[in-house]
Design a protein. Sequence first.
Length: 113
Amino acid sequence: QVQLVESGGGLVQAGGSLRLSCAASVRIFSTSVMGWYRQAPGKQRELVAAISTGGLTNYANSVSGRFTISRDNAKNTVYLQMNSLKLEDTAVYYCHPSGSVYWGQGTQVTVSS
């Protein structure tokens, strides 16, 4: 059974930082591009950042330069370091192995003014 467990969300003031973590089952993590997605109320889920098994990354324009995705293959964990947070970053954040049907439960990030 594939498991994806996100953590690290919370309430933070604009300009602050948070670090999200997603621990994944070995079977899915070791062979997958891992992505962080987010969904704000009333909006569609969108890709925030992704990282290949070899460490190649890509980012949504809205977070480029502020967010950093990384992975620790020994720990089967993918991270999202979020700096200079803005009000519009408020959303539920999910990790997702690319091309799979698996999603974690999500972690809420709320940025306040």
